[in-house]
Design a protein around this ligand. Structure first.
Ligand SMILES: [Cu+2]
Length: 132
């Protein structure tokens, strides 16, 4: 019986320390890992920092949206993305799986400047081994 007490204490300590550590480690890994493409897209002076994004169908895509001047919005047709909170100095993260092949327009949705209407671009999702 006396031999089992230290073993029981060790098991309890391992449970108390190990489970939270494993849970926190998993959460950290989940937030930081991204095995797809990461695109930084900044709005400034009536334009996005890039107007064409190209991915392969099935690929994960993380868009990190920000503004270098005023509040912008972002809408991506075909993937149900429509946000109006792209603030200067802050990053809005959108993640999609580009599971539909084709050409999907994106645009600013907040009247931000005289050049607002030119804040357009396209997401090109190419099927594996082919072109959209
Ligand atoms: Cu705009």
């Amino acid at each position: 019986m006396r031999l089992l007490e230290p073993a029981a204490v060790i098991l309890v300590v391992l449970g108390l320390v190990g489970l939270p550590t494993a849970a926190l480690g998993y959460e950290s890994l989940r937030h930081n890992s991204h095995d797809g493409q990461v695109i930084n897209l900044a709005g400034e002076d009536g334009a996005w920092s890039q107007d064409t994004i190209r991915v392969t169908q099935g690929q994960k895509l993380r868009l990190r949206l920000t503004s270098n001047d005023v509040v912008h919005g972002f809408m991506l047709e075909g993937y149900g993305i429509d946000i109006d909170e792209v603030y200067p100095g802050k990053v809005q993260v959108i993640e999609i799986v580009a599971d539909k092949a084709g050409i999907f327009p994106f645009a600013c949705t907040v009247l931000c400047s005289d050049d607002h209407r030119s804040m357009r671009g396209k997401l090109i999702v190419e099927p594996p081994g082919g072109s959209a």
